[in-house]
Design a protein around this ligand. Structure first.
Ligand code: ZN
Length: 281
């Protein structure tokens, strides 16, 4: 690492180390959109060392470049990043709107139109907790998401379009329109693609809640607890999508699974079944 680097491109493992150390946001303001900033002038050091690199949003990066934000202030913020101080990322507003909504999960599509009086669509609910939900009201498109980790602890929220995440995970990145949360190297917990004004896609990942595991692949959904394979489904103006476990009030969904074995599902069997389903398509 102390070898002189020939490229200004920071190696990916170093980028991730910097992201985690900085709480996945600008060290000054916590903004989840940022650039990598060498605190030592690159022209002088010609090296990529994680401890010498920090995260700055466009605004603070420009202030630093223009000389309005002193190096000392950046170093101080780097030693005590905003998001780590707060314990969560600074809320970031997604720019959704419209009278129609599309949510795609593992190639399955859930669509709805604003029918007035606050139209609600819940593509995925486990045990009374909507993991993915949309509200359409007066031209507003409000996305609500909660992602739990393996310990059943929420690590990412989108509340009425406001994205907030914990600083605990191994990696979180918002690049372009893609938000990726990784549990460890090569292990994606969830990958969302935001397609404003009115579309959201879940490309891959695992929705976890109370011992239920819903795997999302680019072309299908698999509930590993009971080998439920869902592919190529379309639901329009359906209040509920995949509804698992109990609900306080009845929700009409295109698929409702009431009783499901928790933690003890035969995951191996489910993965084998998924392979068979894919082969027979
Ligand atoms: Zn900033």
């Amino acid at each position: 690492m102390d070898q002189p680097a020939t490229s200004r491109n920071i190696p990916l493992p170093i980028q991730r180390e910097v992201r985690q150390r900085c709480g996945f946001g600008c060290v000054i303001c916590g903004m989840p959109l940022y650039e990598y900033e060498h605190m030592e002038e690159w022209a002088e050091v010609h090296r990529h060392v994680a401890a010498e690199i920090t995260l700055l949003c466009d605004h603070h990066h420009r202030e630093k470049t223009n000389g309005l934000l002193p190096k000392e202030a950046v170093r101080a913020a780097n030693a005590d990043p905003y998001n780590l101080r707060e314990g969560a990322s600074k809320p970031y507003s997604l720019h959704f709107s419209g009278t129609e909504a599309t949510v795609e999960i593992g190639g399955n599509s859930f669509t709805c139109q604003d029918g007035g009086h606050g139209t609600e669509m819940i593509p995925l609910l486990i045990d009374n907790t909507p993991l993915v939900g949309i509200i359409l009201s007066d031209g507003h498109f409000l996305l609500n998401v909660v992602i739990f980790d393996e310990c059943n602890i929420p690590v990412l929220h989108i509340r009425n379009n406001q994205l907030v995440y914990s600083t605990d995970p191994w990696d979180i990145q918002l690049v372009g329109t893609t938000l990726t949360l990784r549990e460890k190297a090569g292990k994606i917990l969830i990958e969302f693609v935001f397609l404003p004004p009115n579309k959201v896609r879940v490309v891959r990942g695992r929705f976890l809640r109370n011992g239920v595991e819903v795997l999302v692949r680019p072309e299908n959904i698999l509930v590993t607890n009971n080998s439920t394979f869902i592919s190529g489904c379309r639901a329009h103006n359906c209040h509920g999508g995949l509804i698992i476990g109990h609900t306080d009030k009845p929700i009409g969904g295109f698929m409702a699974i009431r009783g499901v074995s928790r933690y003890l599902g035969n995951r191996k069997e489910a993965l084998r079944f998924e392979k068979q389903c894919l082969n027979s398509q």
